[in-house]
Design a protein around this ligand. Structure first.
Ligand code: GRF
Length: 207
């Protein structure tokens, strides 16, 4: 199976997936890493690991709804050039158009650093601290037109500790993300995930 990973920046989740896949035993390979920002730090890691990279710079498309549609169309063309079975959003900081999400329905995953449906959107860690949450975590989900919604594949929790600031909590959650996202991607390429309406069924039980 072919996996295409989309990034916008650091790409540490992409790194974790590339490394887990390279370690072997996956019925899949990473076909490409694509960024909407030419300066995304993660591109160098992908290139150093022999993974093809591409950039579709959203800034070249201007602003507004028409620009968004044109960007998504070009992004889709570049992604589909790699014949993906699965598209993985890993810190891809773009709102996607409904046409784009429909095209990849059931074959596009995202990771979000909160326990959805709590705290969709940005600044999740600060919001969790301010709300007095005693636990935080991350969610892997299938992507639908609605931002940070869609059938949930996996969730895991970490404690929020007294004295945590945003950076401390973000770092704890990120370590968790690096374990759970490769696992979830592997479940998909092994054919163990099926979307049934709003829910995900794990073949053979949740691993
Ligand atoms: C992660 O916290 C991810 O959950 C969120 O953006 C961050 C991306 O980090 N969507 P990285 O680029 O994978 O290092």
């Amino acid at each position: 199976k072919h996996i295409v990973i989309l990034i916008s920046g650091r790409g540490s989740n992409m790194e974790a997936i590339v490394q887990a896949c390279a370690a072997g035993g996956w019925p899949a390979r990473i076909a490409a890493v694509i960024s909407n920002r030419p300066d995304a730090a993660g591109l160098a890691f992908a290139q150093a690991h022999g993974v093809p990279t591409a950039v579709v710079d959203h800034k070249a498309f201007g602003k507004g709804d028409a620009a968004r549609v044109a960007f998504d169309a070009e992004l889709q063309r570049v992604i589909d050039g790699f014949s993906p079975d699965l598209v993985v959003l890993a810190g891809f900081m773009r709102i996607l158009t409904p046409g784009f999400t429909a095209h990849y329905a059931g074959r596009m995953l995202n990771i979000h650093p909160s326990l959805l449906p709590a705290f969709p959107g940005l600044h999740t860690h600060q919001r969790a601290i301010e709300a007095g949450c005693r636990v935080a975590g991350a969610t892997v989900h299938f992507v639908t037109a609605e931002l940070d919604h869609g059938p949930i594949v996996a969730q895991a929790v970490v404690p929020v500790l007294d004295g945590d600031d945003e950076a401390a909590l973000a770092a704890r959650v990120l370590r968790l993300e690096h374990r759970m996202y490769p696992s979830a991607v592997r479940w998909f390429v092994e054919g163990r995930l099926a979307v049934e309406g709003a829910r995900v069924r794990h073949a053979g039980g949740e691993p």
